[in-house]
Write a protein that binds this ligand. Structure first.
Ligand code: SAM
Length: 254
């Protein structure tokens, strides 16, 4: 996958791409990230990328010409790339959106600064994404969040092929609690069943704990959950009560 990032602060992207799984993905060729400095496309002696807002008001607005020129240059090399504007006004980012983006060959991430970008840039954009209901100083961290979450979904990037499939959100549930050595830590024991070597029982325990955890922390997610009749039996057997609309699995609909 190729990711082009348009920014006035390309150095902000350097270090996060040089560590861990992202760095490995780049070395393996699964991911290519190109940072483009919007300022390189700015006009005039001072190469201004921002100006005062028409109509008055606080702050500065990013000028459209350098952004659109930078975009056009990138799109010449990667025609058909999916262009995303990072903005707190966009659709809220989710694991489902990360999965959809991971299927694309090229994405372009446009990072705003100051009070945001001139509204006339919007017609050059395919999607507007927000990483949450808070306001950052710029889009670079949001771009990195997208790069990070998408990279781990690219084929062959994670060591174990099914790691991402068992992650939180992958089937609308939070992940079960996990433990590693030591077996005892400050008086707390690892659940005995996890030491049993019985993979069927372990897998059932994980499923039940995953549902319990989701119910306690993110009950909203359970509205979209779909359980098989076997899973429902298991949950009932472990005393996990769910409202009927959630408990009903696909196989009950016909
Ligand atoms: N004045 C803008 C508004 O009220 O919508 C906010 C501008 S913000 C200070 C500057 C830039 O940071 C935005 O153009 C955007 O690129 C980025 N940004 C801020 N919050 C973000 C968020 N939650 N998700 C994605 N990008 C964000």
């Amino acid at each position: 996958m190729q990711v082009d990032v348009l920014t006035i602060f390309p150095n902000l992207l350097v270090s996060p791409l040089q560590e861990g799984i992202i760095q490995r993905a780049i070395v393996s060729g699964a991911l290519e990230v190109f940072a483009h400095n919007i300022r390189d496309h700015a006009l005039g002696k001072h190469a201004m990328t921002d100006d005062r807002p028409f109509g008055g008001g606080e702050g500065m607005v990013m000028k459209p010409e350098p952004i659109v020129a930078a975009l056009r240059q990138v799109l010449t090399q990667r025609p058909g790339a999916h262009v995303i504007l990072l903005t707190p006004q966009g659709r809220q980012y989710s694991q489902k959106m990360a999965e959809d983006l991971a299927k694309k060959e090229h994405i372009v991430l446009l990072c705003g600064r100051y009070e945001g970008v001139d509204a006339r840039v919007e017609e050059h954009i395919d999607a507007e994404i927000s990483i949450g209901d808070y306001v950052l100083t710029g889009g670079e961290l949001a771009a990195l969040v997208i790069i990070d979450s998408v990279t781990r979904l690219l084929p062959g990037v994670l060591g174990c092929s099914d790691s991402a499939e068992c992650d939180t959100f992958s089937r609308g549930l939070l992940k079960y609690p996990q433990y590693t050595r030591p077996r005892q830590f400050e008086g707390q024991e690892v659940p005995e069943l996890l030491l049993s070597g019985d993979h069927k029982l372990i897998s059932q325990w994980r499923f039940v704990e995953s549902v319990k955890r989701t119910k306690a922390r993110r009950p909203d997610l359970l509205q979209g959950a779909n359980f098989s009749s076997q899973e429902r039996k298991l949950l009932v057997g472990h005393g996990v009560e769910l409202v009927e609309s959630v408990v009903a699995g696909k196989d009950d609909l016909h």
